[in-house]
Design a protein around this ligand. Structure first.
Ligand code: 6GU
Length: 237
């Protein structure tokens, strides 16, 4: 996968791209991530990228020229998903991450403070995404969130390939409680069943705990009508 990030603050990405999953994925050449400062594509004397809104009002608006020029400088941009990060976008979720992981080329557009000239939305962008109902100062943090959740799904990125399938949300349920050694910590014991070696009973316990946790914390994730007989019996217990 190739990812291009258009931003006025490329330095914000140094930490995230240089550590952990995103670092490993780039080293393994599963993904090539490229930072583009679209200020470099401004042709004005002072490298201006924004201007006052027509009709008046507060704040500045990102001009179309530098952003169109930056995108059009990218090889094969016509074939890419061009994703604008904006609180007005569709709320990002695991289903969208699964969809984006199938793409060969993603281009992220990050605005900062300002809004975008509407013609960027209308004639350049293919997708608009938000990461939730709260306000950030710019699209950079949102891009990092979306990118992290997509790249970790690419084959060969995570050590344990199975772990992606048992993630919360990909199973539709929150994850069950996990324990590791010691067996007793400050008098708090690990549940007996997990030490029993009885694999079928352990699986049942975990599924039940997942349901319990999901019903308690995120009942909106469970569609009672879609449960099979076995699961319906489990949550009645
Ligand atoms: Cl994508 N951008 C900004 N500026 N704020 C947000 C957001 C995006 N998603 C949630 N809040």
């Amino acid at each position: 996968m190739k990812i291009d990030i258009l931003t006025l603050f490329p330095e914000m990405f140094q930490g995230v791209l240089g550590s952990s999953i995103l670092k490993r994925a780039q080293e393994k050449e599963v993904v090539k991530i490229n930072l583009i400062n679209f200020r470099d594509f401004s042709t004005s004397k002072h490298k201006t990228v924004d201007d006052y809104p027509y009709g008046g009002g507060n704040g500045m608006v990102l001009k179309p020229e530098p952003i169109f020029a930056a995108v059009e400088s990218i090889t094969d941009h016509e074939k890419a998903r061009i994703i604008m990060l904006t609180p007005q976008g569709k709320t990002f979720n695991q289903r969208i991450a699964e969809e984006l992981k199938e793409e060969k080329h993603l281009i992220f557009l990050c605005g900062h403070y300002e809004g975008f000239d509407e013609r960027i939305r209308e004639h350049l962008v293919t997708d608009e995404l938000s990461i939730g109902d709260y306000v950030l100062t710019g699209g950079e943090l949102a891009t990092m969130v979306v990118m992290d959740s997509v790249v970790r799904l690419l084959p060969g990125v995570l050590g344990n390939e199975g772990s992606v399938e048992t993630d919360s949300f990909s199973t539709g349920l929150l994850e069950y409680p996990q324990y590791t050694r010691p067996e007793v910590f400050r008098e708090w014991k690990v549940p007996e069943i997990l030490l029993s070696g009885h694999h079928q009973k352990i699986e049942e316990w975990r599924r039940k705990e997942s349901f319990k946790r999901t019903l308690e914390r995120r009942p909106d994730l469970i569609d009672i009508n879609k449960l099979d007989e076995k699961d319906r019996a489990l949550i009645k217990e």
